[in-house]
Design a protein around this ligand. Sequence first.
Ligand code: ZN
Length: 154
Amino acid sequence: MPCNNLRHGQSHMGSVGGTPEYNTYIRAKCRCTNPKNQDYSNYGAKGIKFLFKSFEEFFDELGKRPKNYTIERINNLGNYEPGNVKWASRKDQANNRSKPKPITHCRKGHLLTKATTYIIPSTNARQCIICKRQNGRDWRKRTGKTSTYYYNLT
Ligand SMILES: [Zn+2]
């Protein structure tokens, strides 16, 4: 594999070497498979795999690269694999990255859905209703007090 001697920005010359598509193929592969690659920590080390078996498979999936486009994984946490890659402009990529990851579970691991999430009106923060109820029960047990505060959970 040419990973070891390919540095960032350098093109690899082979039979199809030097094309933007081939360089993208090699660089993406190296990011995922070569621990010496400068981007490996953000890819291979995070478990992102490069699953195309050949450049031909890669090219069949993506086609020719539009000018100034780079490869993007459709699901940012997914692998480089058929069905999860596309050419994207820098702007598309920035949009995709700035989207916050959806929070799916509370700190205690309860699944958060619309039905189990309480939005605190003053701050718009989301709170887990299961935890909130539990906190209320604990609070009443500890203090012996009753309060309607914890029941206002619509
Ligand atoms: Zn919870």
